[in-house]
Each structure stands twice: as structure tokens, then as C-alpha cells.
Design a protein around this ligand. Structure first.
Ligand SMILES: [Zn+2]
Ligand SMILES: [Zn+2]
Length: 260
């Protein structure tokens, strides 16, 4: 029981770090932080994501390209190019590495406002760091996994951030998905995945987000509670984050859908 609770807590911590720091802070600047707290988030991402740590700056550039070219040729992970989530994972991994190693040309403006800490990223994305965390995770399972079946979780546990990142981008660009629905007609395949996103902390409201990428709150209808946004709002109350936009409501100009 204790192991399951630990796994669930770790899963949600990883999701929070991804949605708050990588997506909303690094990619969209929905909120600002001072340098001290930005670096705390860099280190916390490494501690929480471990083997699966991604460079926030490379992630942000990749994500900005996704918004600029969603489901088009320059989209770093177009869902229409992939036959399965695994295909998309490989596609996304290659795009991420190409951006990280600067192997593909990317216009300068995609790097605007992207948080960087080159020395830390070099350490955290090195094979030594990944090996260190691999040993830590295996040791943890060795000592604490209640039985052999829990080891089946290990590959997912090692790569929570990259796998859940691909999962959301996969499901949120499948307009024919079982639970898919949209509020905004757009020139991309983005869709909302869940009416109440209890899994991805608001990231499932992806059609809303493509329509209003500047909105810190990814929910649009009353039932689309954005847990990630609420937690960032909490950080703003205690003075860690400064939200740029608290809420965009129906009828405001930003919500005009992008029509085909
Ligand atoms: Zn985004
Ligand atoms: Zn998208």
C-alpha cells in the first residue's frame, strides 16, 4: 500500500513539474518567477524526473514549434505522422534531441524568454546523471517493491515525464478519440481529452489551450477544472509565482476561435 501511495504521489509531482515549469512557465510564460525560484524548479525537475529529465529550454523551443506548426510539416511531433503512441514517442525524442544538440535550424524568436541554465542542463542530461538515477530507482524497487509484479511499473516510472508528455500530445490530437470533444474549431487536430482532467492536471484541455495559448487557465467551461492552474495560483499567493493572466472568460477577445 505504501509503495502504491508513493508511486501515485511521485506521478502527480512529475505531472505538476511538467505542466507548471516546462509547459506553462518555460514555453508560454504564463507566470514569472525570480532567478532563485527558477533555479529551484530546475533542480526540483531533476530530482523528480530523474532518468527522464529533459532540458526545459529544449522542451520549450520544441513546444513553441508545436504551437506554431501544429499538425503541419514543421510540427516536431505531428500526430498524423505516427501510427501509434510509440511511433510518436520516437518522433518526439528525435525532435527533442535535434533541438537540444542544435542539429536543426530554428529561428531565434523561438528562443525568446526561454529559461536557460546551460551548466545544470549539461550535468542533468548527461549519461552519468541518467545512470545515477537508474541505480537509485532499481535500488528503491529492490528494497521497497512489495512483490515482483511491481517491477513491471519500473520502465514507466523511469520515464514518467517523457511518456506522459507524449501521451497527452497523442490523445489530444486524436479528434476521433472516445472522450474527445472541442470548443474551438481550428486549423489543427487539437481536441480536449477529458471533461474533468484528473490525470494530467489540466493538460487534457488541449483544444482550449491551442485556441488560447496565452491563457494560464486551460479550462474554459465551468466543469473544466484546471488543477495545474489552481496550484500555480497557490504559488502566486505565497509569492513564488507571478501570474501574467489570471483568467480569460468567455466573450473576451482572446477566446475568438481560429477558424479554418
Ligand atoms: Zn502549449
Ligand atoms: Zn497540441
Amino acid at each position: 500500500m505504501g509503495f502504491a501511495i508513493f508511486f501515485i504521489c511521485h506521478f502527480y509531482l512529475a505531472i505538476f513539474m511538467q505542466t507548471a515549469f516546462y509547459h506553462r512557465y518555460a514555453s508560454h510564460q504564463h507566470f514569472t518567477m525570480n532567478k532563485f525560484w527558477e533555479r529551484v524548479f530546475f533542480v526540483a525537475s531533476w530530482l523528480i524526473h530523474g532518468v527522464g529529465y529533459l532540458s526545459p529550454s529544449a522542451y520549450a523551443v520544441m513546444h513553441k514549434l508545436h504551437h506554431a506548426f501544429a499538425d503541419k510539416e514543421r510540427d516536431p511531433h505531428p500526430s498524423s505522422n505516427s501510427n501509434s503512441m510509440y511511433d510518436m514517442y520516437i518522433d518526439t525524442k528525435n525532435s527533442y534531441i535535434n533541438i537540444l544538440k542544435k542539429r536543426i535550424p530554428v529561428e531565434d524568436h523561438f528562443y525568446n524568454n526561454v529559461p536557460t541554465w546551460a551548466a545544470f542542463d549539461k550535468m542533468a542530461t548527461s549519461k552519468y546523471s541518467r545512470l545515477f538515477w537508474l541505480v537509485v530507482y532499481v535500488a528503491f524497487y529492490w528494497f521497497f517493491a512489495p512483490n515482483i509484479f511491481w517491477w513491471l511499473l519500473l520502465p514507466f516510472h523511469l520515464l514518467i515525464a517523457p511518456i506522459t508528455g507524449v501521451a497527452i500530445n497523442w490523445f489530444a490530437h486524436q479528434p476521433d478519440g472516445a472522450t474527445s470533444y472541442t470548443h474551438f474549431q481550428q486549423n489543427n487536430r487539437s481536441t480536449n481529452v477529458l471533461r474533468f482532467d484528473f490525470i494530467f492536471m489540466g493538460e487534457a484541455y488541449h483544444n482550449n489551450h491551442h485556441a488560447n495559448p496565452r491563457s494560464a487557465n486551460l479550462g474554459y467551461k465551468w466543469y473544466e477544472v484546471d488543477i495545474g492552474y489552481l496550484l500555480i495560483y497557490g504559488l502566486s499567493i505565497v509569492g513564488i509565482a507571478k501570474l501574467k493572466k489570471v483568467r480569460i472568460r468567455a466573450g473576451e477577445e482572446e477566446l475568438v476561435p481560429v477558424l479554418d
